[in-house]
Write a protein that binds this ligand. Sequence first.
Ligand code: 13P
Length: 150
Amino acid sequence: MKTKVIDIPAQKTIALVAHDNLKPKLVAWCEQHKAELEKHKLFATGTTGKKVALATGLELTPLISGPLGGDQQIGAKISEGEIDVLIFFWDPLEPMPHDMDVKALLRVAAVWNIPVACNASSADMIITSSLMNGVSQREIPDYDGYLQDR
Ligand SMILES: O=C(CO)COP(=O)(O)O
C-alpha cells in the first residue's frame, strides 16, 4: 500500500481506555503522569473517562462507554486522523461481550501506525518518549493513492 508521512503536532491527542479490572491501574498511571498528560488533548471511553477525571482532575472528552460503541468511536477517530496515541489497558484474563470491537480498535490502530500501550510499562515508554514533546512524524496509509489503485 502507498503510504505518506505526516507531521504530528507537539500537542498530541491521546485516547485513554481500560477494561474494568484494569481501571485502577490506568487511574494510577494517569495520576503518576498527570503533569505530562495535561500538555495533551485527552479522549476516553465513558467509564474510563469518568474515573480518570474524578481521580485526577484531568480535562478530557468522554466518549461512549466501550460495550456501547466507545471502542468503535475511537477507531473511527483514528481512521479520521484525530488520535495520535492509544493507551488501552485491555484485559487479557476476562472475556468481553464486545470483544470484536476491541479487536477492531486494535486493528485500526495498527493500520494507521498509532503507538499503542496495552499496559503501564509500555505506556511509561510512550509518555516519556522525546517524540511526545515536539513535532513528530508518522507514516500512514496514503488514502488518495490507495483509491487511485482501485
Ligand atoms: O470497554 C471498554 C474498552 O473495550 C472501555 O469502556 P469504558 O471505559 O466505558 O468501561
